[in-house]
Design a protein around this ligand. Structure first.
Ligand SMILES: NC(=O)c1ccc[n+]([C@@H]2O[C@H](COP(=O)([O-])OP(=O)(O)OC[C@H]3O[C@@H](n4cnc5c(N)ncnc54)[C@H](OP(=O)(O)O)[C@@H]3O)[C@@H](O)[C@H]2O)c1
Length: 264
């Protein structure tokens, strides 16, 4: 970084599961001055012990360039009210990661700010997340800044706001679908006599390896091709997949994602 370049001040409001992941990732970069706001005293203390600057409320924050709001959707109104009375907010970017909260809703509280709606996912905790960003009011400068911040949590992509609920069902909730599958696979492994530690290694490396293979082959193969590569005619995988598909797996899984998409 050029020594003369200004360091952007980024505050994460709500440092629970996602906020903590974001704060940890963003604060690892020397490009930003970070702080957090967390109302849960225990969580706030744990964060301070890790060296983060953490306040009890939005009111106490220093001047900030980018506010990242990571509270539950039901806590948004309170945070937006607190933000709306801050002097610096009309010059700032306000980036919300709350599922289902529309930019139009935030705009009612913050008339002049640049408002972005984002959907990260929990692999952000290890810099391996993917974040969908809807930022219709942004110019190049604001888009570059928000992308620069969230690149520290993994990959980023811009998307129309109208597609955000569908993206949430795919990648926001997505890790949980794989974790549920891993839980079921672990139970099966244990019931079949495989030791817990061995089962965990087998499953986590199978998921991680499959993910890396998908990424590696993305340009020259599709997901169907990868599945077919594992599925020899008349073999074990085919027996399993036929059972899933003949019993409505695709239908029920799509319906589940519709539930996620339509939740808010
Ligand atoms: N978890 C995910 O995988 C995921 C993925 C993408 C997006 N999101 C979105 O991220 C947001 C946070 O989810 P989460 O799972 O991280 O929730 P969480 O663990 O409950 O974290 C939210 C934190 O914000 C605190 N908080 C509430 N109101 C506050 C305020 N006015 N000022 C400061 N802190 C406040 C909460 O404290 P209290 O507990 O004391 O209320 C809690 O510690 C949600 O809107 C969700 O839609 C989550």
């Amino acid at each position: 970084m050029n020594k003369k370049e200004k360091k952007e001040k980024v505050a994460v409001i709500g440092c629970g599961k996602m906020g903590l992941a974001l704060l940890s990732a963003i604060s690892s970069s020397p490009e930003f001055i970070t702080s957090g706001v967390e109302k849960d005293a225990k969580r706030a203390t744990a964060l301070r012990d890790k060296g983060h600057k953490v306040f009890k409320s939005v009111k106490e924050l220093d001047e900030t360039d980018v506010y990242v709001i990571a509270v539950k959707p039901q806590d948004m109104a309170g945070v937006l009210e607190e933000l709306s009375i801050r002097q610096d907010v009309s010059e700032s970017i306000v980036a919300s990661i709350a599922a289902g909260i529309k930019i139009g809703y935030i705009r009612k509280y913050l008339k002049k700010s640049h408002i972005a709606r984002l959907m990260p996912n929990t692999p952000a905790l290890i810099g391996q997340g993917v974040t969908g960003i809807a930022f219709p009011s942004a110019g190049k400068k604001e888009k570059t800044l928000i992308e620069k911040i969230f690149r520290h949590t993994g990959e980023t992509l811009f998307i129309e706001e109208g597609l955000m609920n569908a993206l949430t069902a795919v990648s926001g909730s997505g890790p949980a679908y794989f974790f549920l599958m891993a839980e079921i696979m672990e139970k099966f492994a244990l019931e079949n006599g495989i030791e817990k530690e061995k089962a965990k290694s087998l499953i986590s490396q199978t998921v991680a390896g499959s993910g890396l293979l998908m990424k590696e082959k993305m340009s020259d193969s599709d997901f169907t091709g990868l599945r077919e590569d594992v599925t020899s005619p008349g073999g074990t995988t085919e027996a399993a997949l036929n059972h899933l598909l003949e019993n409505g797996f695709e239908k029920i899984f799509k319906e589940a994602m519709e539930k996620a998409r339509d939740k808010f």
